[in-house]
Ligand binder design. Sequence first.
Ligand code: G3P
Length: 219
Amino acid sequence: MKFFVDTADIAEIRDLAATGLVDGVTTNPSLVAKTGRNFLDVVAEICSVVEGPVSAEVTAMDHETMVAEGRKLAAIAPNVAVKVPLTIDGLKTCKVLSGAGTLVNVTLCFSSAQALLAAKAGASFISPFVGRLDDIAQDGMDLIREIREIYDNYPHLKTEILVASVRHPRHVVDSARIGADVVTLPPDVLRKLALHPLTDKGLDTFMADWKKTGQTILG
Ligand code: G3P
């Protein structure tokens, strides 16, 4: 399973990329707004740090302007994945851009019917938002299961399931059990995945006992 980080904060991206665990980055207009920086500069900088796909979202609502924006974003670096919304205009844009060899991430997916359309439009990634479904008392993971089942029925569809709106480590573990291809993680969720109280407790004991020996490994 691939791990993307869901942030436009370059310092966070550099820090997490150093772990070797980061396979890509996703951004959205809200995350870019938080940085207070120029969007195109931010995307270029992220692409210089991370080799894998970097999602950058169009902001137009109509197909023609979306295509123009998508081409401009794709020209920033070969690893840009143009993010388009799951609307008819977004799907038309997906078809055009993916047909030209550009990576496309179709976002704001909340149903398996939408995911099927994105795959037929040639999306590289479909982004179902699990946390926002949980927020309205639906089970986000049911959607991931349904999409996995549908895509597995049609192996010629190459769209990867990119689980988005991830809020906690359980979403990550459940996505892995279902066989989602990618999860995009807020930085704090990625860090939480490494935590376990028994790890901390065990380490405290080991270090206390080691201190008693009076030794150092490096001399
Ligand atoms: O990748 C989409 C994600 O950024 C949305 O997350 O927490 O705003 O629902 P959230």
